[in-house]
Design a protein around this ligand. Structure first.
Ligand code: MN
Length: 199
């Protein structure tokens, strides 16, 4: 598994300089139990939210410019990005200028999720669901709860374009805008502006 893990994170490591970025370089296996998700708010060249789902000892990742909505009518663009190490679940900090993804990162929401993806009444493992371009998950976060669907729309291998859409369930609420009403980190309580002052 260690060799496999190194391969999965090859792209991640190739973009970063160990020692210059405070980001984890990975390798820690799963904590077990329910798989985790994290949504990081990342003030880089442009502000965006990184949506990550634990599967097979890595975090499958998408960059969501506007962040996930709680309104099922919203279709949020989600660009697939490189797999991240599991240790990234806890990452919050400042990536120095000149480094890949330079800017501030906070843990905007995190928790566990259930994979609800089915194909012809068969449960589909998450990695296979992502390969097929159709993913349904149930999030148990502090800010976000309920079903979300991710659907691949196109793009190339480098930049796959997906849509992230809230399912109609008890976690749906068209009047909420959690990105503006709940901006702080669920780990430290700091906003992304406060993080900069602290560092
Ligand atoms: Mn990012």
């Amino acid at each position: 598994m260690a060799g496999n893990d190194r391969d999965r994170l090859k792209t991640y490591r190739s973009k970063r300089h160990e020692g210059r970025t405070p980001e984890p370089m990975g390798g820690t296996p799963s904590r077990g139990g329910e798989p985790h998700f994290v949504i990081q708010k990342h003030a880089a060249t442009t502000l965006h939210y990184d949506f990550r789902l634990e599967a097979d000892d890595v975090l499958l990742s998408w960059s969501v410019p506007k962040g996930p909505s709680t309104d099922p009518r919203d279709k949020r663009l989600a660009m697939r990005t490189e797999d991240h190490p599991l240790d990234y679940l806890d990452f919050e900090g400042v990536i120095p200028s000149g480094e890949y993804g330079a800017g501030r990162v906070i843990v905007w929401d995190t928790g566990t999720y259930q994979n609800l993806t089915e194909l012809r009444h068969r449960e589909v493992p998450l990695a296979e669901a992502v390969e097929s371009g159709h993913v349904t998950v149930w999030l148990e976060g502090e800010k976000l709860r309920g079903g979300y669907a991710l659907t691949r729309m196109g793009g190339d291998d480098e930049r796959e374009r997906w849509l992230l859409v809230k399912k109609s369930d008890e976690g749906a609420d068209a009047r909420r805008n959690p990105q503006s009403s709940q901006p702080a980190s669920v780990r430290s309580g700091r906003t992304i502006e406060e993080l900069a002052e602290d560092c």
